[in-house]
Ligand binder design. Structure first.
Ligand code: SF4
Length: 392
């Protein structure tokens, strides 16, 4: 199977100024994000090259459009081109140029063909259906229609996945998550407030490469993105283990980058790959910027994770929050030492994995250079210096 116009993705991207080296580098990076062996990167590249653009309907209900913002601000313009090359974004109220009946027709046509993905942003107001309507249709009706014949649903952000902020008490609109409205279709929950666009890209790449969604946890979240506790890969973890905590905003500990646990950080009870993937092109993430994790990717956010700036004794943390108060310099109990060793081990593992991923990306980039050199040599020899016109 080849893409539209019979042209592989890499060729179409070349026409948009994205060279093959960048394409292969992207494939190596996304393979690493998916926690797949580096040897699978060429398979990912081949699958993406050959796949037809995946038809996508993106629905927005009770949301702030933060996930759309994250999607539009993917890692860099190159990756933005790659995403839009991999999918056919047939309907998205915020970014599509069509309006009114033409927009509705585009959505209905895609549903009629089937095999599409439905991306949902925002919760569904079952209590007051009229609080969120598009074209006179309630969110519930639009959602039910859109998933007919769909290959799957990707819920982006915590509102679509768990109800999120609209469902926080007293939940005036009777907001519910997508899975409370529709069923019978594979569902992936990419939680977070907002979703991390790299995880969305990786999920789509996995689907295009293997024909199925990645392995999921008990909350339908991909394990590659939600398999590890933030606390275990946090850059401040060494300070937690050493009993070094910021006690007040702006104090010496805060200025020195110490652990934010006593300022309310929910990292010990939150599962997400924020510390490794980060946001804004891998620039930073909240804890690196000096603010504790607020647990936005967990069920029950916001109610279960607020107030943000207090430690929450009711949040289950497998003992980490209990030991935090007990840990002090020179007062490490045997149990705490066990947890600390585990934490150090996880950080070391994380660094080793990061180095391995970097190496794989470098190797794939070298392969691209080598291909280019071979290609250029063959072109010169075979065409006697004439331009071949082939684009890679
Ligand atoms: Fe990092 Fe928060 Fe854990 Fe401290 S409590 S190590 S800041 S995740």
């Amino acid at each position: 199977m080849t893409s539209e116009s019979g042209r592989p993705l890499s060729v179409r991207l070349a026409g948009a100024g994205v060279d093959r080296r960048s394409f292969l580098k992207f494939c190596a990076g996304i393979t690493a994000t998916l926690a797949l062996p580096a040897q699978l990167a060429p398979r990912v590249a081949y699958a993406l090259d050959q796949a037809d653009p995946l038809p996508v309907i993106w629905l927005e209900f009770q949301d702030c459009a933060g996930d759309t913002e994250a999607f539009l601000r993917s890692r860099n313009p190159t990756v933005g081109d790659l995403i839009l090359g991999m999918i056919s974004l047939d309907y998205h109220e915020t970014v599509m140029s069509a309006a009114g009946e033409a927009a509705e027709k585009a959505r209905d046509d895609t549903v009629a063909r089937g095999g599409h993905l439905v991306v949902v942003e925002g919760s569904i107001p079952l209590g007051i259906p009229g609080s969120c309507t598009v074209g006179g249709q309630s969110a519930e009706n639009i959602l039910r229609d859109a998933v007919r014949g769909a290959a799957g649903i990707i819920n982006v952000g915590t509102c679509a996945a768990f109800g999120g902020i609209p469902a926080a008490g007293p939940n005036p609109t009777g907001a519910v998550r997508v899975e409370d409205v529709v069923g019978g279709v594979p569902v992936v929950n990419l939680t977070g407030c907002p979703v991390n666009a790299d995880n969305l890209t990786a999920t789509i790449v996995h689907y295009l490469t293997f024909g199925e969604f990645p392995e999921l946890d008990g909350f339908s979240r991909p394990r590659f993105a939600y398999g590890e506790r933030i606390h275990d890969t946090c850059q401040r973890r060494g300070h937690f283990d050493a009993g070094q905590f910021a006690e007040k905003w702006g104090d010496e500990g805060h200025r020195n980058g110490w652990c934010l646990y006593r300022l309310g950080c929910k990292g010990p009870s939150t599962f997400h790959n924020c510390p490794s993937v980060r946001f804004n092109g891998g620039t930073s993430w909240p804890v690196a910027a000096g603010h504790g994790c607020v647990g936005c990717s967990e069920p029950g956010f916001w109610d279960n994770m607020s107030p943000f700036y207090d430690r929450l004794p009711h949040v289950a943390t497998s003992g980490f929050d209990l030991t935090a108060d007990q840990i002090g310099i020179g007062v490490l109990a045997a149990t705490a030492t066990g947890f600390a060793s585990h934490g150090v081990g996880k950080v070391v593992q994380h660094k080793v994995a990061a180095r391995r991923e970097k190496k794989a990306a470098a190797e794939l980039a070298e392969r691209a250079d080598s291909e280019e050199e071979t290609e250029n040599g063959s072109a010169s020899a075979g065409a006697g210096g004439e331009e071949t016109g082939e684009t890679r």
